[in-house]
Design a protein around this ligand. Structure first.
Ligand SMILES: Nc1ncnc2c1ncn2[C@@H]1O[C@H](COP(=O)(O)OP(=O)(O)OP(=O)(O)O)[C@@H](O)[C@H]1O
Length: 283
């Protein structure tokens, strides 16, 4: 595995406000990394810096082994696909006409358009004008545009925030397939289920700093409190340490008297970790 993205000591200030304080982030090729954090944490700022829409105030940013300055001058940007909230679509044109323009720009066959529309579940709506689309449809068109040229690296700023569960599932399947074909993906999300379902690694960003990173399993292990919660039929609830003889004795006693209603493992969710890392500022 090689390193696709490397950010070292990256700071970004807007006037006197420090949006990014000291970001170190590495993404390996073939990885799906989820950037999690409350509103205003700096997630979009990181994506904008990586995609050349903003310059960092200091620090180094390397993508495919090139500095962010070199990337701006080279053809490397064609290796990216980007989805941000800025759609850049022509409202008076249809979905198909908009995407056709991008096919021409990237010198792609029209078959690429159909494949991308299939990916976002919009084949039957391709004649619709962009001005007539719902927010979720618009989001899917911008996603189709981002993957049209089969990029090696995909930046997705909240890719499913406006989607219903069926389309979210469809997009997740598509992203997994793209990743299986080798696409590296950096996505931001507020949806902890999405993070857990899709990401090999997650990084928690808070107040412009990465506070924790690792695979969802590693992070949950690190924060696990080794207790089980036993709910009894009388309504009482008891927390007991796992792997202790006394716990097993108690469980045996309750089981013999048929007093156990439910047993919970108390494994923390990514949502629990988010709350701990960010001090409970869910957005
Ligand atoms: N162009 C700008 N000028 C001034 N401040 C900015 C600018 N862009 C972002 N900020 C500030 O930087 C901080 C980080 O913003 P950013 O958009 O990166 O957050 P975010 O984590 O993506 O939030 P959200 O989840 O709400 O999209 C915020 O406090 C925001 O107000």
């Amino acid at each position: 595995m090689s390193v696709t993205i490397k950010m070292e000591n990256v700071k970004k200030s807007f006037s006197r406000f420090e949006a990014l304080r000291n970001v170190d982030l590495e993404i390996q090729s073939g990885e799906i990394l989820g950037l999690l954090g409350p509103s205003g944490a700096g997630k979009s700022t990181i994506i904008k810096i990586l995609t050349g829409q903003l310059d960092p105030s200091s620090g180094t940013v390397m993508i495919f082994g090139e500095s962010s300055e070199q990337v701006k001058q080279s053809k490397t940007r064609k290796r990216f696909g980007v989805l941000t909230d800025n759609s850049g679509l022509y409202k008076r044109l249809s979905i198909e006409e908009n995407l056709k323009m991008y096919c021409d720009l990237y010198d792609l066959p029209v078959s690429a358009l159909d494949e991308a529309l299939e990916f976002v579940n919009l084949v039957s709506s391709k004649k619709k004008k962009v001005s007539e689309l719902s927010r979720g449809m618009m989001q899917r068109v911008t996603l189709a545009r981002a993957i049209l040229h089969k990029p090696e690296l995909l930046f997705l700023d909240e890719p499913t925030s406006a989607l219903d569960p069926v389309n979210t599932h469809h997009i997740h399947e598509g992203l997994r397939k793209l990743n299986a074909r080798g696409t590296t993906i950096l996505l931001t999300t507020h949806d902890m289920y999405e993070a857990e379902a899709l990401c090999h690694r997650v990084a928690f960003l808070h107040e412009g700093e990465i506070r924790e990173s690792g695979s969802p399993e590693e992070l949950k292990d690190a924060y696990r409190n080794d207790v089980i919660e036993v709910e009894l039929t009388c309504g009482e609830s008891h927390e007991l340490p796992v792997n202790q003889v006394a716990t097993m004795d108690k469980m045996r006693e309750w089981a013999a008297a048929q007093r156990i209603r439910r047993v919970h493992s108390n494994e923390p969710t990514l949502g629990d970790l988010f709350m701990r890392v960010t001090g409970g500022e869910l957005s």
